[in-house]
Design a protein around this ligand. Sequence first.
Ligand code: SAH
Ligand code: SF4
Length: 356
Amino acid sequence: MKINFAELNLKELTHIITEELSEKKFRAGQIFKWIHKCGVFEFDKMSDIPKKLRDELSGKYELSLPEIIEKSISEDKMTEKFAYSLKDGEIIEAVKIYDDETLGKYTVCVSTQVGCPIKCAFCQTGKMGFVRNLKTSEIIGQVLKIAAESETGFENLSNVVYMGMGEPLLNYDNVIKSIRLINAEDGLNISMRKITVSTSGVIPGIAKLANEKIPVTLAISLHAPFDSLRAKLVPLNKKYNIEKVIKAAADYIKITSRRVTFEYVMLKDYNDSLEHAKKLAELLRGLICHVNLIPLNQSDIDGNFAPSLNKKIIEFRDYLTDKNINATIRRSKGLDINAACGMLYKKIKSGDSQSL
Ligand code: SAH
Ligand code: SF4
């Protein structure tokens, strides 16, 4: 199988250029920039590379990224959802969210797996089951392809959030490699602080990430302050309960000095009472953290849950704020195109872009 250049960091690329092709080291830097800074994904279009080397590269290596097969734009034009096909016919999605109406800056939300093995009760991706982990090139490729087709270009990419399909910390190595590529100075050059990894509470992954020396923002999907309820919503709680999750968060904060975000999806009559808010405040007491309250995004095929009433969400937030816990309500974007949190869902191997 040919080596895919989109999988490689600069060091690996340099090794191939100097050792396998006996070319000068700077050629690796040129190629890396073409891919990660200029959005050029064909060797033959890398105009400062001599024709002979371009031909050799095209013959011996691959430069393969996911293909955008569909783009949906929300009515307010602030959110765009992209579907990509992968080499084996699987389909994944990423979302581009404009940060601001005037400046053109945007955040990209990427997927890390085809489907997800965690199967949270309210999440559409979970309903797909788990198919496979994404490769590094398939993760970074979602960002590169969006940046390349953007009118506002690579410079306006402001943040990358690992909140699409899948559980990032169950695809640890590929996720970390993609983060380092997104952060690369000769590439997208996004600061680690502007990269968020969201996890349902994979404790070994959180512990590993804490020691990775990359100050990304960690978001933990908590959703409930009682184990019995959380186990129903996030089945992984049976393995890693709330106590363990909070301990892992505290360790993460201690090691990285970074503030952790707790995500809490607001489900009507399930987890939105003042009793829940009280217990949550007790759990988070003393932690440097932020709580993100997410009104449930409801999709057509989900009958069990409803979003909490606005009044309840505000009361919940105010309770936490009164207890000196930083809490905000997340405004959902892209609902009309099913691009909001937990709504990314693709029929496995359907190959039918109409069903998006
Ligand atoms: N698997 C990771 C990251 C992807 S999900 C995780 O669970 O953290 C990103 C966020 O969207 C999570 O906090 C998740 O709980 C939330 N989410 C899932 N389904 C949702 C829905 N229907 N409405 C609102 N948020 C949802
Ligand atoms: Fe997986 Fe996250 Fe959805 Fe849970 S919420 S099923 S962990 S993608």
